[in-house]
Design a protein around this ligand. Structure first.
Ligand SMILES: Cc1cc2nc3c(=O)[nH]c(=O)nc-3n(C[C@H](O)[C@H](O)[C@H](O)COP(=O)(O)O)c2cc1C
Length: 200
């Protein structure tokens, strides 16, 4: 008999350590909303986002299909946490009210962040984030097995990188860049480099 090495559990959350992004979307009056997210991945020019259907971000993306994926560093975690209890939805939906969320129109001011005009899309970028990806939304899908979330497929149109993290013309320096990681609702930075893949 093989030794029992794992236990079957039913975790309340399954946030197993992904980078935090700050998603800029366009409000109906032309201002920019910011939503912290940890559900995202990028492959080629495709970026996929996981969004709760009760939030302002998905509402905004349905009416204006553009966004900016702003990627913060670990040092910005307190700014991210200032955004955590806020929503751009007014009135605040019941499920968010029960969890002590409150409405905030000006997320930039609330989190001490600076708006920077985008080049190709309407929502603003966040100056303090060293990586900013302007995107066009190409598809929004609600999974049949869980209608509480939307899967948003976006195309990266333009990538802005702070000079301090650029290795050469078209590459990010992995020694200079570090994402903020959301690890089972706790914030972490990266540890020391372990090695590199054969294609690096
Ligand atoms: C670090 C962090 C990660 C989060 N990840 C997600 C996520 O991946 N998807 C999501 O829908 N909400 C996520 N949330 C919750 C939203 O940020 C929250 O619902 C917020 O009210 C959304 O703002 P909005 O309603 O103005 O869009 C996350 C919150 C934090 C603080």
């Amino acid at each position: 008999m093989p030794e029992i090495t794992h236990q079957e559990i039913k975790p309340k959350i399954l946030y197993y350590g992904t980078p935090v992004i700050l998603l800029s979307t366009r409000n109906e009056d032309g201002s920019t909303n910011i939503s912290p997210l940890s559900s995202s991945w990028a492959l080629g020019s495709c970026i996929v986002l996981g969004l709760g259907i009760g939030g302002k971000a998905i509402e905004n993306l349905k009416s204006h299909p553009e966004c900016v994926v702003n990627v913060p560093t670990p040092e910005l975690w307190t700014h991210v946490e200032k955004l955590a209890p806020l929503t751009g939805k007014n009135p605040v939906p019941d499920n968010k009210l029960q969890n002590s969320f409150r409405y905030e129109k000006d997320k930039f001011a609330a989190a001490d962040l600076t708006a920077q005009a985008s080049v190709q899309v309407k929502p603003d970028r966040i100056l303090e984030c060293p990586l900013q990806i302007e995107c066009a939304v190409r598809n929004i899908r609600i999974p049949e097995h869980d209608p509480h979330f939307a899967i948003v497929e976006a195309e990266a149109l333009k990538v802005h990188a702070h000079p301090g993290i650029i290795l050469d013309e078209d590459r990010i320096n992995p020694e200079a860049w570090s994402p903020l990681i959301y690890n089972f609702r706790h914030y972490f930075g990266l540890g020391k480099e372990l090695g590199k893949t054969f294609r690096a």
